[in-house]
Design a protein. Structure first.
Length: 229
């Protein structure tokens, strides 16, 4: 046993420090570490079960009943759903929601990926840029709404001023049904750009650490392999 332990120690000492650190970083957590992690996650899991999932299931059950705080529950079946499907306002709201999701995903995700790749470069002051991109995520919703109401203002907004500088007419961003939804899309993409970019940045950095422990490859293949990892 002593000879075997000494042999393992010699192998461990001969392993490069970078490779050993990568193996430790990529190694699976032990049972005790996993239990500690689940204990830290337990409050948020219980909160989601009781206040999110529980409330959702309760709302789903109450949607088949006529109920208020002053009278007992009366089962009405799918009457509310039939009334909803017959209401034109529901289809208008569904259309606006669909266009909002498509617009924010199609433009927001590629822009966040591009931002993450840019923030992953080794440039001076990249920590400052990362903080600047993440500031809108932690900013107050009231402050964000107030800021974009100034930017979208028809008479003194910066966006319309920029359009006037290039000879284009101003746009009624918030007062026109045609432009109200695009203005909200622009604000949402800007608001959550830092959050999405942070998720992509974490994946890029993990892929870079994995690729650094593998066999050296050409520069072009190494860069393309990061997205395939």
């Amino acid at each position: 046993m002593l000879a075997r332990d000494q042999a393992r120690a010699r192998v461990a000492s001969s392993t490069p420090v970078t490779l050993r650190r990568a193996r430790e970083w990529l190694g699976r957590p032990t049972v005790n570490e996993a239990m500690v992690a689940y204990l830290f996650l337990l409050p948020i899991i219980l909160g989601m079960l009781f206040f999110s999932l529980g409330a959702t299931l309760a709302s789903l059950g109450l949607s088949f009943a006529d109920w208020s705080l002053t009278k007992s529950v009366v089962w009405v079946g799918a009457a509310y759903y039939r009334r909803m499907l017959a209401d034109p306002l529901f289809w208008k709201a569904l259309s606006n929601t669909t266009w909002y999701v498509l617009g924010t995903v199609v433009f927001g995700i590629p822009l966040a990926l591009f931002t993450a790749v840019a923030m992953n470069q080794k440039v001076r002051g990249r920590g400052i840029f990362r903080t600047m991109y993440f500031l809108p995520v932690v900013s107050s919703t009231v402050a964000v709404a107030l800021l974009w109401s100034w930017l979208h203002a028809s008479d003194f907004g910066i966006l319309n001023w920029l359009l006037s500088r290039v000879g284009l007419p101003g746009v009624p961003w918030l007062s026109s049904p045609r432009w109200a939804l695009p203005s909200i899309m622009i604000m949402s993409v800007w608001r959550y750009l830092g959050y999405d970019a942070t998720i992509f940045l974490a994946g890029l950095q993990r892929a870079c650490r994995k690729s650094s422990t593998r066999r050296p490859r050409s520069t072009g293949r190494a860069r393309s392999g990061i997205f395939a990892t």
